[in-house]
Structures are given as structure tokens and as C-alpha cells.
Design a protein around this ligand. Structure first.
Ligand code: AMP
Ligand code: MG
Length: 422
């Protein structure tokens, strides 16, 4: 784990880490997990290629027609002939066995192999057929409407690089190349634990002073991905021994343990002391953002430990700013840093400067799509879930701003950026 001093110029005026510096701090020096497995293509979407893929064959595999029409066998050095005798018919998948003699033509369909002897294909819209002859109605040249073998992919070239996050496009290319499986990196194992004596699982009775655990299901949903193997670590009460046992157990099987709650400096905030009691180390990060200032990062055995704050919006912002780049790094993708878009304030607000503020916001007008006008939702509380659930994204107010007036430039992070590897 890196030392805080290495990112010395990354603090805000009040000695808080900037969000970008916090992301750099947790990702620096972390290696991607090792290990590969072979999966069939139907299980490969969202997995990460562990080896570059070399084309086993050319694409297309043979010269074929790009249209429905007539393949013509031209006479050597003849002028544009006016008619060709139709001597055969080749649908896709039923190649012609014999060569077509000069002056003859073949009815051909899209995807059908170009018969030997044919030089060009005339679209059916540009041809007339009468008495067994086809008459081209437009001028044509050799090679028209023909897709040549290997014009997309030449056999032997690298078609997909190692480390690629596979999506539908790549699977199509692999399938077209005749490959039925690929070597991918093993899944990153992430355990998610909620800490808090007050927490109950939905479905349980609530006694006085208790609330339902919303972070665990939220974080599990944010982290769910084909490249990730999730472990639900449940709810752990704020009791040192219980937290030590839970984090220790999780760290033995997971590559990353994500906890929520218990990371500020209150005396009930036991995550740090528990990780240390279990033999690990946890660094308290104070990040210049609101919400989500207290966050903890460290190691226990081979596992990385990320302690997010308990407040659900704070946990979500911590996920956005720190967990996403951390997970990307661990799976071997380049870290997806926070990308703050340009937006225009549709509200007035006085803010206490010093921390970058993230507020659930909706897009109220979209005069130009790359600069939406946004309004914050549900003022007065980072603990509120209803505004968050209705937001189009997060309005971002820079740390040095004291007043926001309608029309001012602000930042915006669309809700879709919560996608793990976006
Ligand atoms: P903490 O970070 O533990 O001090 O918690 C901050 C606030 O978030 C408190 O009001 C907690 O009750 C609340 N909180 C902590 N964990 C959760 C959770 N898993 N789900 C919902 N609220 C939580
Ligand atoms: Mg707590």
C-alpha cells in the first residue's frame, strides 16, 4: 500500500485528500489478481481476456456476394456486354460446384460464395431478366458487390488484445472466427459486510432504535458483474470480536472486502481497530468530498480492505470515487476515474467551501445535451434515499465554491457512471 506522503500535493487546503488523489492512493501499488480459466462464449460476456486472441482463419472465409443479384463471368477484354445467359442459382450455403464460363451468369444471393469464373455481381435492382438471360441496366466493373476473403480479418493477426473486457461485439468476432471458448481472468472475489448494531435485514422485525440495512444490498448490486464473484458477508454488530472474526473470515477467501459503517472516529467505529486486531492495517482516508469524507483502506493477509461510511449516499459516493477504480485495478483494467461532466446550475445555493460536494440531482432542461441544466434534489441530508432514487445523477460543486447561482457552471456525474467498469 502506498504511503500518504507520496501523494503530498494531492491535499486540499484543509489537509483533505482530493477525490482523485484518494483513488490514486488506493490503486497505486496494487497488483491485478492472477489466475485464469476457460469459459465458453455464452459465459464470456463481461469477462476479461487473459490472452490475446489470434485469428485462426480469415474473415470472410471465402469471396461472396454482398447483395442479391447476378454474378457475371465477363468475357476477357470485352466491352460491357449487354446480356449474359443465366446458367445456375447459388443461395447462401450452397456453393456452385462448377466453373462459370465467360458470357454466362448465375443467380446469386447475399452471402453466397462467388462461383469460380465470375468477376462481378450486379444487384437485382439493376438487372432485367428475360428468356433466360440477364441484362445489366447499369455499368459495372469487376469486383463490384463482392466481399473478398480476408478483407475483414486476415488469418494470423491479433484480433483481440489481452486484458479486454469482452462485450457483445467481441463475442460476435470470436464466434465468426469459429472459436467456442476463450481464456479469461478468474473472477475477482469481493465480500460485502455491513457493520452496525442498529442494522436488521429486511424481513426481520425492527426493535426500537433499529433500521434496515440498505447498504449491503446496494453495494452487492453495484458490484455485481460477470467478472466478479460476490460473497454476502451479512450484518455484523459493533462488537470488536464479531467484526474481527467476520473481516478475518472474509479476507481469507476474498480478494477485496468492502465494509460499510464504522469508519469515522467515533468510539463505536470499530472497523479499523478490528482489521488491526486481525493482523492487518487500515489507513483512515479523509477525503475532501461531501458526503463520504471518512473512508478506510488497507490490507489483511492477501485481501484489500475498503471501509466505506455507513450513510447510504456516502457509501455510494465512496463506491463511485474509490471502489470503482480499486476494483478496476484488481481485475487488471485501467482504473475508471471519476469523470465530471459540465452542467449548468438550475438552482441557487450557498455552500460551505472546502469539500467537493455531491448532491443527487435531476436534469431539468437539456438545451445542449453536453451541458444539461440540473437541479439538486432533497436538500438537507446525505442520508436521504428517496431523492437519490429519483436522481439522474450527481451534481458536483467544486471544493472552492461558496455560492452557486442559477446559470453557474457546475459538474455532473450521470447515474450510469455507477456502472462498475464504465
Ligand atoms: P456509521 O458510518 O457507522 O457511523 O453510520 C452512519 C449512519 O449510517 C448511521 O446513521 C447508521 O445508522 C447508518 N448506516 C450505517 N450502516 C448502514 C447500512 N448498512 N444501511 C443503512 N444505514 C446505515
Ligand atoms: Mg455504525
Amino acid at each position: 500500500m502506498s504511503d500518504l506522503r507520496q501523494v503530498g500535493d494531492c491535499f486540499t487546503a484543509r489537509g483533505l485528500l482530493t477525490p482523485a488523489a484518494a483513488a490514486a492512493l488506493v490503486t497505486e501499488g496494487l497488483a491485478a489478481i492472477q489466475g485464469t480459466e476457460v469459459v465458453t462464449l455464452d459465459a464470456a460476456a463481461g469477462r476479461i481476456l487473459a490472452e490475446a486472441v489470434v485469428a485462426p482463419r480469415s474473415l470472410p472465409p471465402f469471396d461472396h456476394s454482398a447483395v442479391d443479384g447476378y454474378a457475371l463471368a465477363l468475357r476477357p477484354s470485352a466491352e460491357q456486354a449487354d446480356r449474359f445467359k443465366v446458367v445456375g442459382r447459388v443461395p447462401a450455403g450452397r456453393p456452385m460446384q462448377s466453373e462459370v464460363a465467360p458470357g454466362n451468369a448465375v443467380r446469386i444471393f447475399t452471402g453466397a460464395a462467388l462461383p469460380a469464373g465470375c468477376d462481378t455481381v450486379v444487384m437485382q435492382e439493376h438487372a432485367e431478366v428475360a428468356d433466360g438471360f440477364v441484362v445489366p441496366r447499369r455499368s459495372y466493373r469487376a469486383g463490384d458487390n463482392i466481399r473478398l476473403a480476408g478483407e475483414d480479418v486476415a488469418a494470423g493477426v491479433t484480433i483481440l488484445p489481452e486484458g479486454l473486457l469482452l462485450d457483445a461485439r467481441h463475442l460476435a468476432l470470436l464466434a465468426a472466427s469459429g472459436l467456442s471458448s476463450v481464456v479469461v481472468r478468474r473472477r475477482l472475489r469481493i465480500a460485502v459486510i455491513s457493520t452496525g448494531t442498529e442494522l436488521r435485514a429486511p424481513g426481520e422485525d425492527l426493535c426500537e432504535g433499529a433500521i434496515y440495512d440498505s447498504n449491503r444490498i446496494m453495494l452487492l448490486a453495484l458490484l455485481r458483474h460477470p467478472a466478479v464473484d460476490l460473497v454476502d458477508g451479512g450484518i455484523i454488530a459493533d462488537e470488536g470480536a464479531a467484526i474481527v472474526a467476520a473481516i478475518d473470515r472474509a479476507a481469507r477467501s476474498a480478494d477485496l472486502v468492502v465494509t460499510s459503517g464504522g469508519v469515522s472516529v467515533g468510539e463505536e467505529d470499530l472497523v479499523r481497530s478490528s482489521v488491526e486486531a486481525a493482523g492487518g492495517s487500515l489507513l483512515a482516508l479523509r477525503i475532501g468530498m461531501k458526503p463520504g469524507k471518512p473512508l478506510a483502506f488497507g490490507r489483511l493477509g492477501r485481501a484489500a480492505i475498503l471501509g466505506l461510511p455507513g450513510n447510504p449516499l456516502a457509501a455510494m459516493i465512496g463506491f463511485l470515487v474509490v471502489a470503482k477504480p480499486l476494483v478496476s485495478r484488481l481485475v487488471g483494467l485501467s482504473p475508471t476515474g471519476l469523470r465530471i461532466r459540465s452542467a449548468v446550475a438550475g438552482f441557487d445555493r450557498d455552500v460551505t467551501p472546502g469539500r467537493m460536494e455531491f448532491a443527487p440531482a435531476s436534469i431539468i432542461r437539456n438545451p445542449s445535451p453536453d451541458r444539461p441544466v440540473v437541479d439538486t434534489l432533497g436538500r438537507g441530508g446525505s442520508a436521504r434515499l428517496l431523492p437519490l432514487s429519483m436522481a439522474d445523477g450527481f451534481c458536483v460543486i467544486p471544493a472552492d465554491v461558496q455560492t452557486v447561482r442559477q446559470g453557474d457552471a457546475v459538474g455532473f456525474v450521470p447515474i450510469g457512471d455507477l456502472d462498475l467498469f464504465r
